[in-house]
Ligand binder design. Structure first.
Ligand code: SF4
Length: 69
């Protein structure tokens, strides 16, 4: 998977960083994926963070050919 945050949609609620602090952070008031953690780090809470983002700013793209997990 490949995660990204759309800064045009994010309003900096911080929910993502609260849910999965090993993957998301808040930079300059906006949610961001920690560099090197774009694959989600295998953390199942990542999907909750994607679905729980109040502004639907987080995109999770499945990378074809990448082993699950
Ligand atoms: S949960 Fe969504 S709106 Fe909140 S900081 Fe993260 S990306 Fe931004």
């Amino acid at each position: 998977m490949r995660l990204s945050v759309d800064p045009e949609r994010c309003y900096g609620s911080g929910d993502c960083a609260y849910r999965v602090p090993s993957v998301f952070t808040v930079v300059d008031g906006y949610g961001a994926v920690i560099p090197g953690r774009e694959d989600g780090g295998g953390d199942p809470r990542v999907r909750e963070a994607v679905e729980g983002c109040p502004s639907r700013a987080i995109t999770l793209a499945e990378a074809p050919g990448t082993p699950a997990g």
